[in-house]
Write a protein that binds this ligand. Structure first.
Ligand code: ADQ
Length: 396
């Protein structure tokens, strides 16, 4: 469905990416609530519902994804659609205070009531989701997955998104066969993210800077490759983080570069998926430090890509959704504290191979058990069960 220029500005750049995205990540300081944007957001969802309506068959199950489309189920219900409709939010669900920062927080919460099941990434998100309704008043908790709010029943569950771990490992193995190895003789540390202020890339550089200051010896040197392609560049907050990152990487390189050693390589463009898989495989450390992240698939892809005999170490923010599943195997850090990031890097760089293998095996088992197919199947089964309850309630 093509968007007009005005819709692109008010719906996509505006309401979705300058209001909902920062709010969902708890960055209410960045909220840009201009008049008209929310009306366009709802209007685009209504238009999409009208466009989809004639294509729906009675037996269809609808699964709607992410924050651009939260009111879509309500718009479909207005058109008389009674099919099971599920929703999955890829971002975190924020604390109740952030939701209240929206000038229309009740309408935001009500959008979720049109779904048979709301899927979130972690149990922490589910707890926050239920809390947002409780804080909005007149809510009655029916169970840990179901709440009655202003005469609406809302069902929610945690369904951590998975990847095809074996497929990614195969791709990484193929990639290193064909890729030219990097020239650097230093240990390789990698970061791969869209250049988004939620990903904590400047914080990670400050952490690396602290590490380099504390470990001046040549044998402790690590070459850090950060791949961060542009995203949503028309939104002001994204221009700011780009400038900050460029300045910081220059600063770190100025302070620590030596003949034959450049500490930071910052690549500000898209890199092919297979090339990324090869780099992840070669890396000794992945430094993944979001300030807040729904899941973070790169963390899982890094684990999948490793050689099980000589695996690298995942240094992971405790604020990534992936930390809930991988806390036993990853080195968890606080991305706000450069000393914690530096300590994580040091631990990873010195970890003996036995411990690396054991941590990797534990994480790889989890990735295999909760892979992409498991995620979709378990969500869709739960959605069908929820829809049966709604339809039988309607009938009685
Ligand atoms: P994203 O914020 O985009 O996704 P993430 O999960 O890390 O974050 O990455 C998505 C995919 O993009 C990964 O497969 C990764 O390999 C790829 N990617 C990242 N940087 C890339 C680059 N420089 N070049 C090429 N590919 C790159 C949102 C949420 C996350 C959640 C996912 C899935 O913000 O928290 O994990 O959805 O639910």
């Amino acid at each position: 469905m093509p968007l007009s220029r005005a819709e692109h500005e008010d719906y996509y750049l505006g309401y979705a990416n300058s209001v909902l995205w920062p709010m969902l990540h708890g960055r209410v300081d960045l909220l840009d609530v201009s008049s008209g944007q929310r009306a366009t957001y709802e209007a685009v969802n209504r238009r999409l519902a009208k466009l989809a309506r004639p294509h729906l068959r009675d037996t269809d199950i609808l699964w709607i994804h992410d924050y651009h489309l939260i009111p879509l189920a309500a718009a479909l219900r207005e058109l008389g659609v009674t099919n099971p409709i599920g929703f999955f939010l890829h971002t975190p669900f924020p604390d109740a205070g952030s939701v209240q920062a929206l000038s229309h927080s009740d309408s935001f919460l009500r959008w979720f009531a049109a779904y048979d099941l709301v899927g979130l990434q972690t149990s922490r998100d589910v707890a926050r989701f239920l809390d947002a309704f409780r804080s909005a008043g007149a809510a009655q908790l029916i169970s840990g997955r179901c709440i009655r709010w202003q005469d609406e029943i809302i069902r929610v569950g945690s369904f951590p998104i998975g990847i095809d771990a074996d497929g990614f490992r195969d791709m990484a193995e193929d990639a290193i066969r064909t890729q030219t190895p990097p020239l650097s003789s230093h240990r390789l540390m990698i970061g791969v993210d869209r250049l988004d202020y939620t990903k904590g890339i400047p914080n990670r550089l400050r952490g690396f800077q602290t590490y380099l200051r504390d470990h001046p010896a040549e044998e402790d040197r690590i070459a850090f490759v950060q791949i961060a392609p542009p995203t949503r560049e028309d939104v002001g907050a994204y221009m700011d983080v780009r400038r900050e990152l460029e300045q910081l990487s220059g600063e770190v390189n100025g302070e620590f570069s030596d003949i034959g050693y450049v500490p930071v390589q910052y690549i500000h463009r898209a890199v092919a998926r297979s090339a990324i898989s090869g780099l992840l495989r070669r890396a000794d450390i992945a430094l993944i430090t979001p300030l807040n992240d729904g899941m973070n698939l790169v963390a899982k892809e890094f684990v999948a890509a490793q050689d099980p005999e000589d695996p690298g170490v995942l240094v992971l923010s405790k604020f990534a959704g992936a930390a809930e599943q991988l806390e036993g195997g990853a080195v968890l850090i606080n991305p706000h504290d450069p000393a914690s990031v530096a300590d994580g890097i040091r631990k990873a760089a010195r970890m003996p191979v036995g411990e690396r293998r054991q941590r990797h095996e534990q994480m790889y088992d989890i990735l295999r058990q909760s892979n992409g197919d498991w995620w979709a199947d378990s969500y869709l089964r739960a959605l069908e069960a929820s829809a049966v309850i709604r339809i039988s309630n309607l009938a009685s």
